[in-house]
Ligand binder design. Structure first.
Ligand SMILES: [Zn+2]
Length: 101
């Protein structure tokens, strides 16, 4: 844990960065005139339900990077799985060679 930065390092994250728009209850606020408050949030699915975590502006770049790492890792894994399917196809299409004499 360091004084600067976050105590918890985000490795990967699943979900989508969204922007919350809301109005507060102050009648003289800019949001009452149609200029809503915006706060970044992470929307993600857990047990089939969509949940959101409101973020601070400082967290957005780190969250975005963790989301990108997840997408990259998932795409790499999908590619490896596709290659596995291709290998399996080849193996099944190739006549069996006698392993024992
Ligand atoms: Zn307001």
């Amino acid at each position: 844990m360091t004084a600067a930065g976050h105590p918890v390092k985000l490795s990967v994250l699943r979900g989508t960065l969204i922007m919350f728009r809301r109005r507060c209850s102050k009648p003289n606020c800019r949001c009452a005139a149609g200029n809503p408050h915006e706060s970044p949030a992470l929307a993600y699915t857990e047990n089939g339900r969509t949940k959101t975590l409101t973020l601070t502006d400082v967290e957005v770049p780190e969250v975005a990077a963790a989301l990108a790492r997840y997408e990259k890792a998932r795409s790499d894994l999908d590619q490896a799985a596709d290659a596995g399917i291709a290998d399996l196809r080849i193996r099944l299409a190739t006549p069996r060679q006698r392993r024992h004499k």
